[in-house]
Design a protein around this ligand. Structure first.
Ligand SMILES: [Zn+2]
Length: 283
């Protein structure tokens, strides 16, 4: 469970925001939570929950380049802000290691064979998962929007990580595995994101991802106090149903959902799930 920390600049103004429609239906959503200057809305047509108004792309880039982003957000306090080094024995780092090991095991299980082949991670952060995947026998590539994260992954860990959006990355298609841990809720257009992933994964490949879900107990019970709501950065809120719809539109079938906080791949996470999707053969 991550702490309810709001990283980055403390205040956003309406000038930093823009209104968007549902990525599946193109229509404006109806207000669920007013978090001015942001709004959490639900699509009246498909039920997808998203943030509108939300940060403009330039403001988002400022947020992800902020050194404090990983420190307060995705990695808990696991990354030392001054030294830019993950701390080895921090509790948040231990959780990261549990997820990483659990996800690599899950990957082998869903594929029915041992590690080996090409693996792409989108939203690679500091490269901790990619580093472990490489040690497990994968040939790895990564994409990371944060310059701070990408710099650590490439310069300290020696990983192949492109800094920028997935669509801009110069990647050779045919990946055996595409992973996206806590990433799809951040991207400007999730349909576009999964379609790009579909173009990169082999027809017999597999996609693994994690994401918070808005039908989780904490999300439903806590309303605006849900610690994962964070409207500056979490701009899409899926349920297993809306995510299955989204993936289907992108050419994937959602084949497995791990919701238990006891599963190592999702350890301690009451409001997040791990999903497995497979490409649907093109007709
Ligand atoms: Zn919709």
């Amino acid at each position: 469970m991550s702490a309810p920390v709001t990283p980055g600049p403390v205040t956003w103004t309406p000038e930093d925001t823009e209104a968007v429609g549902c990525c599946l239906c193109g229509v404006p959503g109806r207000l669920v939570h007013d978090l001015s200057p942001f709004g959490v809305v639900r699509c009246p047509s498909c039920g997808l929950v998203f943030v509108s108004p939300r940060l403009r792309p330039e403001a988002l880039q400022r947020l992800y380049d902020d050194v404090g982003y990983f420190e307060g957000g995705v990695y808990g306090s696991a990354v030392d802000g001054a030294a830019q080094e993950p701390r080895r024995f921090d509790p948040a780092m231990l959780l990261q290691r549990t997820w990483t090991a659990g996800r690599l095991t899950l990957l082998d299980r869903v594929r029915g064979r041992a590690a080996g082949g090409r693996l792409l991670e989108v939203g690679a952060g500091y490269g901790l998962f990619l580093d472990a995947a490489r040690r497990a026998g994968w040939r790895t590539s990564g994409v990371e929007l944060s310059r701070t994260g990408a710099k650590h992954a490439t310069e300290v860990l020696g990983l192949d990580v492109f800094c920028g959006q997935l669509a801009e990355a110069p990647l050779e298609p045919g990946f055996d595995v595409v992973c996206a841990w806590d990433t799809v809720e951040h991207v400007p257009d999730p349909l576009d994101f999964w379609r790009t992933a579909r173009s990169l994964v082999a027809d017999d490949g597999v996609v693994l991802f994690s994401t918070p879900y808005v039908s989780s107990l904490p999300a439903r019970l806590l309303g605006t106090r849900w610690w994962t709501l964070k409207p500056a950065e979490h701009i899409w809120h899926f349920t297993p149903r809306t995510h299955a719809m989204l993936l289907a539109r992108a050419g994937f079938a959602l084949t497995r959902v791990v919701r238990s906080p006891l599963a190592p791949s999702n350890a301690g996470r009451l409001d997040s799930l791990v999903g497995v999707a497979r490409p649907v053969p093109l007709a």
